[in-house]
Ligand binder design. Sequence first.
Ligand code: NAP
Length: 247
Amino acid sequence: MLFSEKTALVTGASRGIGRAIALAFAKEGANVAVIYAGNSAAAGETVEELKALGVKARAWQCDVGDFAAAGAVCKEVIEEFGGVDILVNNAGIIRDGLILSMKEADFDAVVNTSLKGAFNMTKHLYSHMMKKRRGRIINMASVSGLMGNAGQANYAAAKAGVIALTKTTARELAGRGVTCNAIAPGFIRTDMTDKLTDKVKENTIAAIPMKRMGEPEDIAAAAVFLASDAAGYITGEVLRVDGGLCI
Ligand code: NAP
Protein backbone atom coordinates (compact mmCIF):
# COMPACT_ATOMS: atom_id res chain seq x y z
CA MET A 1 0.00 0.00 0.00
CA LEU A 2 1.24 3.48 -0.91
CA PHE A 3 0.26 5.35 2.25
CA SER A 4 0.53 2.91 5.20
CA GLU A 5 1.24 4.76 8.48
CA LYS A 6 0.55 8.08 6.75
CA THR A 7 -2.10 10.68 7.57
CA ALA A 8 -3.96 12.73 5.00
CA LEU A 9 -5.92 15.86 5.85
CA VAL A 10 -8.51 16.49 3.13
CA THR A 11 -10.66 19.61 3.18
CA GLY A 12 -14.12 19.37 1.66
CA ALA A 13 -14.02 15.61 2.13
CA SER A 14 -17.66 15.13 3.12
CA ARG A 15 -18.82 15.11 -0.52
CA GLY A 16 -17.77 15.04 -4.16
CA ILE A 17 -14.14 15.16 -5.20
CA GLY A 18 -12.77 15.45 -1.65
CA ARG A 19 -14.70 12.40 -0.53
CA ALA A 20 -13.39 10.38 -3.51
CA ILE A 21 -9.84 11.48 -2.67
CA ALA A 22 -10.27 10.52 1.00
CA LEU A 23 -11.53 7.05 0.03
CA ALA A 24 -8.77 6.52 -2.56
CA PHE A 25 -6.12 7.46 0.03
CA ALA A 26 -7.70 5.14 2.61
CA LYS A 27 -7.65 2.28 0.09
CA GLU A 28 -3.87 2.85 0.03
CA GLY A 29 -3.72 2.67 3.83
CA ALA A 30 -3.83 6.35 4.85
CA ASN A 31 -5.58 7.56 7.97
CA VAL A 32 -7.80 10.48 7.02
CA ALA A 33 -8.90 13.71 8.70
CA VAL A 34 -12.11 14.83 7.00
CA ILE A 35 -12.74 18.59 7.06
CA TYR A 36 -16.19 19.85 6.11
CA ALA A 37 -18.26 23.03 6.32
CA GLY A 38 -21.65 22.04 7.71
CA ASN A 39 -23.02 18.82 6.25
CA SER A 40 -22.49 16.59 9.30
CA ALA A 41 -24.55 13.73 7.87
CA ALA A 42 -22.39 13.50 4.72
CA ALA A 43 -19.19 13.85 6.76
CA GLY A 44 -20.35 11.10 9.11
CA GLU A 45 -21.07 8.76 6.19
CA THR A 46 -17.64 9.41 4.70
CA VAL A 47 -15.97 8.67 8.04
CA GLU A 48 -17.88 5.37 8.39
CA GLU A 49 -16.83 4.35 4.86
CA LEU A 50 -13.22 5.24 5.62
CA LYS A 51 -13.26 3.23 8.84
CA ALA A 52 -14.73 0.26 6.97
CA LEU A 53 -11.54 0.30 4.89
CA GLY A 54 -9.60 -0.35 8.10
CA VAL A 55 -8.04 3.08 8.63
CA LYS A 56 -8.41 5.70 11.33
CA ALA A 57 -10.76 8.53 10.36
CA ARG A 58 -12.44 11.48 12.04
CA ALA A 59 -14.39 14.49 10.83
CA TRP A 60 -13.89 18.11 11.86
CA GLN A 61 -16.38 20.83 11.06
CA CYS A 62 -14.40 23.93 10.14
CA ASP A 63 -14.66 26.90 7.78
CA VAL A 64 -11.24 26.73 6.12
CA GLY A 65 -11.52 30.45 5.36
CA ASP A 66 -11.45 31.22 9.09
CA PHE A 67 -7.75 31.57 9.93
CA ALA A 68 -8.04 30.81 13.65
CA ALA A 69 -10.45 27.88 13.17
CA ALA A 70 -8.19 26.37 10.50
CA GLY A 71 -5.24 26.64 12.89
CA ALA A 72 -7.14 24.98 15.72
CA VAL A 73 -8.16 22.06 13.49
CA CYS A 74 -4.62 21.52 12.18
CA LYS A 75 -3.35 21.40 15.78
CA GLU A 76 -6.03 18.89 16.80
CA VAL A 77 -5.39 16.67 13.77
CA ILE A 78 -1.66 16.59 14.52
CA GLU A 79 -2.39 15.69 18.16
CA GLU A 80 -4.92 13.00 17.29
CA PHE A 81 -3.14 11.38 14.31
CA GLY A 82 0.47 12.06 15.31
CA GLY A 83 1.16 14.28 12.28
CA VAL A 84 0.04 15.17 8.79
CA ASP A 85 1.87 13.78 5.74
CA ILE A 86 -0.52 14.83 2.97
CA LEU A 87 -2.60 18.02 2.85
CA VAL A 88 -5.29 18.31 0.19
CA ASN A 89 -6.80 21.79 -0.09
CA ASN A 90 -9.97 20.82 -1.88
CA ALA A 91 -12.78 22.80 -0.19
CA GLY A 92 -14.48 25.14 -2.62
CA ILE A 93 -17.78 26.76 -3.49
CA ILE A 94 -19.32 28.53 -6.46
CA ARG A 95 -21.44 31.71 -6.49
CA ASP A 96 -21.72 32.31 -10.25
CA GLY A 97 -22.88 35.47 -11.99
CA LEU A 98 -21.63 38.03 -14.48
CA ILE A 99 -19.50 40.77 -12.95
CA LEU A 100 -22.35 43.18 -13.73
CA SER A 101 -24.58 41.44 -11.21
CA MET A 102 -22.06 39.71 -8.92
CA LYS A 103 -22.46 40.77 -5.30
CA GLU A 104 -19.41 41.74 -3.29
CA ALA A 105 -20.32 39.07 -0.73
CA ASP A 106 -20.30 36.39 -3.45
CA PHE A 107 -16.84 37.44 -4.58
CA ASP A 108 -15.53 37.40 -1.02
CA ALA A 109 -17.11 34.05 -0.09
CA VAL A 110 -15.61 32.21 -3.06
CA VAL A 111 -12.13 33.72 -2.67
CA ASN A 112 -12.24 33.17 1.08
CA THR A 113 -13.04 29.48 0.76
CA SER A 114 -10.87 28.39 -2.17
CA LEU A 115 -7.89 30.72 -1.98
CA LYS A 116 -7.65 31.94 1.58
CA GLY A 117 -8.72 28.50 2.82
CA ALA A 118 -5.80 26.89 0.98
CA PHE A 119 -3.43 29.56 2.34
CA ASN A 120 -4.72 29.09 5.89
CA MET A 121 -4.27 25.32 5.94
CA THR A 122 -0.85 25.52 4.25
CA LYS A 123 0.29 28.21 6.69
CA HIS A 124 -0.79 26.19 9.73
CA LEU A 125 0.92 22.99 8.53
CA TYR A 126 3.96 24.69 7.00
CA SER A 127 6.44 24.40 9.86
CA HIS A 128 5.11 20.94 10.78
CA MET A 129 5.87 19.60 7.29
CA MET A 130 9.12 21.56 7.08
CA LYS A 131 10.38 19.96 10.29
CA LYS A 132 9.40 16.47 9.10
CA ARG A 133 11.39 17.21 5.92
CA ARG A 134 8.78 15.43 3.84
CA GLY A 135 5.22 16.09 2.84
CA ARG A 136 2.77 16.49 0.04
CA ILE A 137 0.44 19.43 -0.56
CA ILE A 138 -2.18 19.16 -3.29
CA ASN A 139 -4.34 22.17 -4.11
CA MET A 140 -7.59 21.89 -6.05
CA ALA A 141 -7.60 24.47 -8.83
CA SER A 142 -9.86 24.39 -11.90
CA VAL A 143 -9.67 24.87 -15.64
CA SER A 144 -11.55 28.14 -14.91
CA GLY A 145 -8.38 29.36 -13.21
CA LEU A 146 -6.42 28.61 -16.38
CA MET A 147 -8.83 29.95 -18.99
CA GLY A 148 -11.15 32.33 -17.15
CA ASN A 149 -14.87 31.70 -17.47
CA ALA A 150 -17.71 34.15 -18.11
CA GLY A 151 -19.91 34.19 -15.01
CA GLN A 152 -17.14 33.01 -12.71
CA ALA A 153 -14.98 36.08 -12.02
CA ASN A 154 -14.81 35.17 -8.32
CA TYR A 155 -14.15 31.47 -8.88
CA ALA A 156 -11.69 31.84 -11.78
CA ALA A 157 -9.72 34.51 -9.92
CA ALA A 158 -9.64 32.38 -6.77
CA LYS A 159 -8.45 29.33 -8.72
CA ALA A 160 -5.80 31.32 -10.60
CA GLY A 161 -4.69 32.48 -7.16
CA VAL A 162 -4.58 28.86 -6.00
CA ILE A 163 -2.23 28.08 -8.90
CA ALA A 164 0.09 30.96 -7.95
CA LEU A 165 -0.08 29.86 -4.30
CA THR A 166 0.85 26.32 -5.42
CA LYS A 167 3.90 27.49 -7.36
CA THR A 168 5.03 29.73 -4.50
CA THR A 169 4.57 27.01 -1.87
CA ALA A 170 6.47 24.61 -4.14
CA ARG A 171 9.40 27.02 -4.43
CA GLU A 172 9.49 27.73 -0.69
CA LEU A 173 9.34 24.10 0.45
CA ALA A 174 11.23 22.28 -2.32
CA GLY A 175 14.44 22.17 -0.29
CA ARG A 176 12.58 20.65 2.66
CA GLY A 177 11.31 17.53 0.94
CA VAL A 178 7.78 18.90 0.59
CA THR A 179 6.14 19.04 -2.84
CA CYS A 180 3.15 21.19 -3.74
CA ASN A 181 1.12 20.62 -6.88
CA ALA A 182 -2.30 21.60 -8.17
CA ILE A 183 -4.96 19.62 -9.97
CA ALA A 184 -7.14 21.51 -12.44
CA PRO A 185 -10.32 19.50 -12.91
CA GLY A 186 -12.60 20.13 -15.85
CA PHE A 187 -16.29 19.33 -15.58
CA ILE A 188 -16.79 16.71 -12.84
CA ARG A 189 -20.01 15.04 -11.74
CA THR A 190 -20.65 16.31 -8.16
CA ASP A 191 -23.25 18.35 -6.25
CA MET A 192 -21.43 21.47 -7.49
CA THR A 193 -22.13 20.75 -11.16
CA ASP A 194 -25.49 19.12 -10.47
CA LYS A 195 -26.89 22.61 -9.80
CA LEU A 196 -26.21 23.73 -13.39
CA THR A 197 -29.04 23.82 -15.91
CA ASP A 198 -29.32 21.03 -18.48
CA LYS A 199 -28.51 23.54 -21.21
CA VAL A 200 -25.22 24.56 -19.54
CA LYS A 201 -24.34 20.89 -18.99
CA GLU A 202 -25.04 20.02 -22.64
CA ASN A 203 -22.97 22.93 -23.93
CA THR A 204 -20.06 22.09 -21.64
CA ILE A 205 -20.05 18.40 -22.56
CA ALA A 206 -20.12 19.38 -26.25
CA ALA A 207 -16.90 21.36 -25.70
CA ILE A 208 -15.09 18.41 -24.05
CA PRO A 209 -13.07 16.38 -26.59
CA MET A 210 -13.89 13.18 -24.63
CA LYS A 211 -17.60 14.12 -24.77
CA ARG A 212 -18.36 13.22 -21.17
CA MET A 213 -18.18 14.64 -17.66
CA GLY A 214 -15.39 13.41 -15.41
CA GLU A 215 -16.04 11.41 -12.25
CA PRO A 216 -14.67 12.32 -8.80
CA GLU A 217 -12.59 9.12 -9.02
CA ASP A 218 -10.78 10.56 -12.09
CA ILE A 219 -9.52 13.37 -9.86
CA ALA A 220 -8.79 11.04 -6.94
CA ALA A 221 -6.49 8.93 -9.16
CA ALA A 222 -4.44 12.05 -9.96
CA ALA A 223 -4.29 12.97 -6.26
CA VAL A 224 -3.05 9.48 -5.34
CA PHE A 225 -0.27 9.81 -7.92
CA LEU A 226 0.79 13.30 -6.79
CA ALA A 227 0.81 12.17 -3.14
CA SER A 228 2.86 9.05 -3.87
CA ASP A 229 6.63 8.57 -3.84
CA ALA A 230 6.45 8.12 -7.62
CA ALA A 231 5.74 11.86 -7.93
CA GLY A 232 8.68 12.83 -5.69
CA TYR A 233 10.41 14.95 -8.36
CA ILE A 234 7.26 16.81 -9.42
CA THR A 235 6.54 20.12 -7.74
CA GLY A 236 4.83 23.37 -8.74
CA GLU A 237 2.95 21.53 -11.49
CA VAL A 238 -0.68 21.99 -12.51
CA LEU A 239 -2.17 18.71 -13.68
CA ARG A 240 -5.26 19.14 -15.84
CA VAL A 241 -7.79 16.34 -15.49
CA ASP A 242 -10.44 17.54 -17.89
CA GLY A 243 -11.05 15.12 -20.75
CA GLY A 244 -9.17 17.53 -23.01
CA LEU A 245 -11.43 20.54 -22.33
CA CYS A 246 -8.52 22.91 -21.96
CA ILE A 247 -6.16 21.57 -24.67
P1 NAP B 1 -18.96 19.83 -3.72
O1 NAP B 1 -19.49 18.52 -4.16
O2 NAP B 1 -19.86 21.02 -3.70
O3 NAP B 1 -18.30 19.65 -2.26
C1 NAP B 1 -17.70 20.75 -1.64
C2 NAP B 1 -17.01 20.30 -0.38
O4 NAP B 1 -16.33 21.43 0.20
C3 NAP B 1 -17.96 19.78 0.68
O5 NAP B 1 -17.30 18.77 1.39
C4 NAP B 1 -18.17 21.00 1.57
O6 NAP B 1 -18.56 20.68 2.91
C5 NAP B 1 -16.77 21.61 1.54
N1 NAP B 1 -16.71 23.03 1.87
C6 NAP B 1 -17.36 24.05 1.25
N2 NAP B 1 -17.05 25.22 1.84
C7 NAP B 1 -16.20 24.94 2.86
C8 NAP B 1 -15.55 25.70 3.84
N3 NAP B 1 -15.68 27.04 3.91
N4 NAP B 1 -14.78 25.07 4.76
C9 NAP B 1 -14.63 23.71 4.71
N5 NAP B 1 -15.20 22.94 3.79
C10 NAP B 1 -15.98 23.53 2.88
O7 NAP B 1 -17.71 20.28 -4.62
P2 NAP B 1 -16.79 19.42 -5.62
O8 NAP B 1 -17.38 19.49 -6.96
O9 NAP B 1 -16.44 18.12 -5.01
O10 NAP B 1 -15.50 20.38 -5.65
C11 NAP B 1 -14.35 20.12 -4.87
C12 NAP B 1 -13.24 21.04 -5.34
O11 NAP B 1 -12.97 20.80 -6.73
C13 NAP B 1 -13.58 22.52 -5.21
O12 NAP B 1 -12.43 23.25 -4.84
C14 NAP B 1 -14.00 22.89 -6.62
O13 NAP B 1 -13.82 24.26 -6.88
C15 NAP B 1 -13.06 22.03 -7.43
N6 NAP B 1 -13.51 21.80 -8.79
C16 NAP B 1 -14.68 21.13 -9.03
C17 NAP B 1 -15.09 20.93 -10.35
C18 NAP B 1 -16.35 20.19 -10.70
O14 NAP B 1 -16.68 20.13 -11.91
N7 NAP B 1 -17.08 19.62 -9.75
C19 NAP B 1 -14.32 21.42 -11.39
C20 NAP B 1 -13.14 22.10 -11.12
C21 NAP B 1 -12.75 22.28 -9.80
P3 NAP B 1 -20.12 20.41 3.29
O15 NAP B 1 -20.46 19.05 2.74
O16 NAP B 1 -20.13 20.44 4.76
O17 NAP B 1 -20.92 21.50 2.64
